[in-house]
Unconditional design. Structure first.
Length: 47
């Protein structure tokens, strides 16, 4: 596990690890949670 974490951190530091972010207001969380068009994406809620 340590080796995998180290690799992910290395990728993040070098800019090789990227991801798209779609911000949604908390007031729209119900609509975001019901989305069915994520296709390989994940819904992550950060407060």
């Amino acid at each position: 596990m340590h080796e995998a974490y180290t690799q992910v951190v290395t990728w993040a530091q070098s800019g090789e690890l990227t991801f798209d972010v779609v911000r949604v207001p908390l007031s729209d969380i119900e609509t975001a949670w019901q989305r069915t068009d994520l296709r390989g994406s994940r819904l992550v809620v950060v407060l």
